[in-house]
Design a protein around this ligand. Structure first.
Ligand SMILES: NC(=O)c1ccc[n+]([C@@H]2O[C@H](COP(=O)([O-])OP(=O)(O)OC[C@H]3O[C@@H](n4cnc5c(N)ncnc54)[C@H](O)[C@@H]3O)[C@@H](O)[C@H]2O)c1
Length: 438
């Protein structure tokens, strides 16, 4: 197999910096520690389990992704975090009740070693939350500088060669891009002036990019999806990705909706509802944070079904999304989809999906892959928005003027072709005429 030529090896330790040490972050950290010790398998992670076919089907070359491209090894990851609460990852994982307590106890030592740094936080942006482990400084710019110091200190104290940051903190209230977000100079002056349009997540992203650290956004917050920070990412030569991990109901939507469109079946309505009882559910019970999530979840069908191209099929469908906080279920979310479809001659049919999932069990491998792929992108010299990572996000970031690609299988093809491209291998077009003398 041709070896990648232009990418540096994944030598040395990689700091994985996580704003938010809650359910997703602790399930990621505990999972990596469990896999390292041979206690469990990294199921759900492409970087750890998936292969990529190379060349013709007759060549039978399908190396694992981690052999095709140089990814950081799990044993080289070093986790750091910030949280509003001072609980270490052991206490937080125990509180989150995602993993069996026996497993959490067996990993007590590495988990207890992850102690959250003081957060940049304000309850104006996450109304259902407040805690004591918070930085104080006169301006948002100063808070950003404190985060930069944290990053430098963490990287040097742990002897890390590189770092990536993945936002795993709560969903902030809905913000729309304004003039403050349009240009880097204006944005930085607005930080110094404590402008309310600058959310805490933007301060983390700014600090990461200033330090040359790739940033990904696992929540639907605006964060790095603004021109000012995209400009900073390009200027610093750093990759960014987002937003909102695609894990449960939206993952299903981005599989089922392309099927309807592929077969030219119509849609009359799609009603999605969920119950969940974790802290994320509690935060999303606030209308401000829910609005951010709702916008992220709603955009998917419009983009996949393209009503402007198919007015007869998708010109007037109804799409509703509800999230209900229901404590008894904890992290074990249950989702229902009632889908009213239309077939030949306009005859109605129905599809029902009842997904009994585990929120953080689905999210943790996504967070891992995003961290490892962002680090790969940085070493491969890729900067700015990484559209090939759309596969992992509900609201994929794209260049201005482009619509996002939501179809999971197109996203997967794009991801695998990007890996082939990075590795200097032929892209696969799926034309296949060569097998028939074409
Ligand atoms: N399947 C999934 O679990 C999934 C899918 C997509 C997106 N997400 C998003 O991922 C995020 C994390 O989900 P979770 O279930 O781990 O939530 P969680 O509530 O368990 O954890 C979030 C943590 O972030 C902390 N926090 C909030 N604001 C902070 C700040 N400014 N700085 C540092 N810490 C802060 C909170 O104290 C909390 O401990 C949420 O925004 C959620 O919407 C989750």
């Amino acid at each position: 197999m041709k070896k990648p030529t232009s990418i540096g090896p994944a030598a040395g330790k990689l700091a994985v910096l996580l704003p938010g040490l809650g359910a997703v972050a602790t399930t990621l950290i505990a999972g990596v520690e469990a896999v390292r010790r041979g206690m469990a398998k990294p199921i759900g992670s492409l970087t750890q389990m998936s292969t990529v076919r190379l060349g013709k089907r007759t060549e039978k070359r399908s190396p694992p992704i981690r052999e095709l491209v140089p990814l950081a090894d799990l044993s080289d990851l070093c986790f750091g975090a910030w949280d509003v609460f001072p609980d270490d990852a052991y206490a937080s994982a125990t509180h989150a009740r995602v993993l069996e307590q026996d497993l959490v106890d067996a990993l007590r030592e590495p988990l207890a070693a992850v102690k959250p740094m003081k957060a940049v936080f304000s309850p104006e942006y996450v109304r259902r939350l407040d805690g004591p482990n918070v930085k104080k400084a006169p301006t948002k710019r100063d808070l950003g500088e404190l985060l930069r110091e944290d990053i430098r200190r963490f990287v040097s104290a742990n002897g890390c060669a590189r770092a990536v940051m993945v936002w795993c903190a709560s969903t902030e209230v809905y913000l729309q891009p304004t003039a403050v977000h349009a240009e880097l100079g204006v944005f930085e002056r607005a930080m110094a002036a404590n402008d309310p349009a600058i959310a805490p997540s933007m301060i983390y992203a700014w600090a990461a990019l200033k330090e040359g650290v790739p940033f990904a956004n696992g929540a639907p917050n605006l964060t790095v999806d603004i021109p000012a920070l995209q400009q900073l990412a390009r200027q610093q030569g750093v990759p960014i990705a987002g937003k909102d991990f695609k894990t449960g109901q939206t993952l299903m939507k981005t599989v089922l909706a392309p099927m309807l469109k592929a077969r030219m079946l119509g849609l009359d309505g799609w009603f999605s509802t969920n119950i969940l009882g974790n802290r994320d559910g509690e935060v999303l019970d606030d209308p401000g944070s829910f609005k951010t999530k709702e916008v992220s979840k709603l955009s998917v069908l419009e983009h996949i079904l393209q009503p402007q191209l198919y007015p007869d099929l998708y010109g007037r469908f109804e799409h509703k999304v509800q999230i209900n906080y229901y404590r008894p279920r904890g992290d074990n979310k249950e989702g229902w989809d009632a889908i009213d479809i239309v077939g030949w001659l306009g005859y109605p049919m129905q599809i029902k999906v009842n997904f009994l999932c585990r929120d953080s069990i689905l999210a943790a491998p996504v967070a891992l892959d995003v961290a490892l792929f962002l680090d790969l992108a940085a070493r491969a010299g890729m900067k700015g928005i990484q559209e090939w990572l759309s596969f992992y996000f509900k609201s994929p970031m794209v260049a201005e003027g482009l619509y996002p690609e939501h179809d999971l299988f197109i996203q997967l093809t794009k991801l695998k072709n990007t890996l082939r491209h990075i590795a200097g291998e032929e892209l696969i077009t799926h034309l296949g005429l060569e097998y028939y003398g074409g």
